[in-house]
Design a binder for this molecule. Structure first.
Ligand code: NAD
Length: 372
């Protein structure tokens, strides 16, 4: 297989963590005898410095010619004087819109080894493994009309969804549920909002095509509580843009650190993969960045853009093994606990890589699908 991957490392810790993710991808490609072609492209602050714009036309054009895009993070305080539309972050919003991905996947996993990092009691989070599927291009964030009439002291936004917008993201969520534990929770506010009534009706319609999947509906306000009191009960959680933004951030509590969280955005011209965290200027260049979010993002890329489930699982397992053996970056080091070893970004990357290489010696990943 020849896979062409746009590498949009960006600013701050973006290049540091992306480098570790690329090392993991290369190891998988070598083990399979595949060729992964990397196309390094500028986005964010580094693109402003070089080309005067956060998303140079060349970056977008080249990304559109790739099979997948891997992004680090954007953001640099030295551009804070610029209006929002000219800052590094604008480049990210522009490329997300241009690629057109509408299904944002955010896993929230409670690693046993990190149980003490969550403010929730270990018996509540133990083995929680949730996949949020958030609709990304509709709802309140994009609905028109929208305005702030300062003279009238009035502002308004519009929450709007079409049947098609709900159906296409619902189908992705149901497909994913069939590959997991066959449970889907759809979150809405159908007791108050017409958009939610449409949402619920379409989800029920799509559900008929997936008889193996058990479907439940939850109101968003109740769901905010359930996620913190019984997160283990959920598998795939499907929801609209605003609710998904809030609930997936809330679920970061389950994992314990922003540096651990990967994401994928599917359904557009090119799928976009990025860790959830930003450019973290406070730790950039110190070697303290946790590369695990980026490495797990690389696993999502293999899973969703290359159909390499077996390789993706080996990466996930290598991360879990490193954590179980007490290896930590600073953000997930918990006090001065015996048996823990604190590693730098590159040390953690190299450790996970060595575990992946060891697994590859005994596990064939040449067939697409499950490991043999
Ligand atoms: P941030 O995610 O960069 O950092 C928040 C906190 O988490 C910081 O204390 C940081 O040190 C820590 N952190 C983040 N990632 C980490 C990692 N991998 N390992 C260890 N610690 C980590 O959010 P912020 O501070 O609000 O924003 C910084 C810049 O990043 C801003 O310019 C912001 O606009 C931008 N940003 C970009 C993205 C993105 O590119 N997707 C997302 C959020 C913020």
């Amino acid at each position: 297989m020849h896979l062409k991957i746009a590498i949009l490392a960006g600013d701050g810790i973006g290049p540091e963590v992306t480098n570790e993710a690329v090392n993991v991808l290369t190891t998988v490609a070598n083990a399979r005898g595949d060729v992964f072609e990397y196309v390094p492209l500028l986005i964010g602050g580094v693109a402003i410095t070089e080309h005067g714009t956060p998303l140079p036309p060349e970056t977008l054009q080249q990304t559109l010619s790739c099979d997948a895009a891997l992004l680090g993070a954007v953001g640099d305080n030295k551009f804070n004087h610029l209006p929002p539309s000219e800052r590094p972050e604008a480049g990210l919003l522009q490329i997300r819109a241009a690629l057109g991905g509408f299904a944002n996947l955010r896993p929230a996993i409670a690693y046993t080894a990190l149980a003490d990092n969550s403010p929730l009691r270990p018996e509540i989070t133990a083995s929680a493994d949730i996949l949020f599927v958030r609709e990304l291009l509709g709802g309140l964030y994009f609905g028109e009309p929208r305005a702030w009439d300062k003279a009238a002291n009035r502002a308004h936004n519009t929450m709007a969804y079409t049947r098609d917008e709900v159906e296409r993201v619902a189908r992705i969520a149901f497909d994913l549920a069939t590959k997991r534990r066959n449970k889907l929770t759809s979150v809405d506010k159908a007791n108050v909002l017409e958009t939610s009534q449409l949402w619920r009706a379409v989800v029920n319609e799509v559900a008929r095509d997936y008889p193996s999947v058990t479907v439940e509906h939850q109101y968003v306000d109740a769901m905010a509580i359930h996620l913190m009191t019984r997160p283990r009960d959920f598998d795939v959680v499907l929801t609209e843009n605003l609710f998904g933004d809030i609930l997936s951030d809330e679920s970061g509590v389950i994992t314990g650190s922003l540096g651990m969280l990967p994401s994928a955005t599917l359904g557009g011209k090119v799928n976009l993969y990025e860790p959830v965290h930003g450019s973290a200027p406070d730790i950039a260049g110190t070697g303290k960045a946790n590369p695990i979010g980026a490495i797990l993002t690389a696993a999502m890329l293999l899973r969703h853009s290359a159909n390499m489930e077996a390789a993706a699982r080996l990466i996930d397992d290598a991360v879990t093994e490193a954590l179980n053996q007490g290896y930590r970056t600073t953000d997930i080091a918990h006090g001065n606990i015996a048996g823990q070893t604190t590693l730098s970004t590159t040390e953690m990357g190299a450790l996970i890589l060595s575990k992946l290489e060891a697994a590859l010696e005994t596990t064939s990943i040449n067939d697409q699908g499950a490991a043999q």
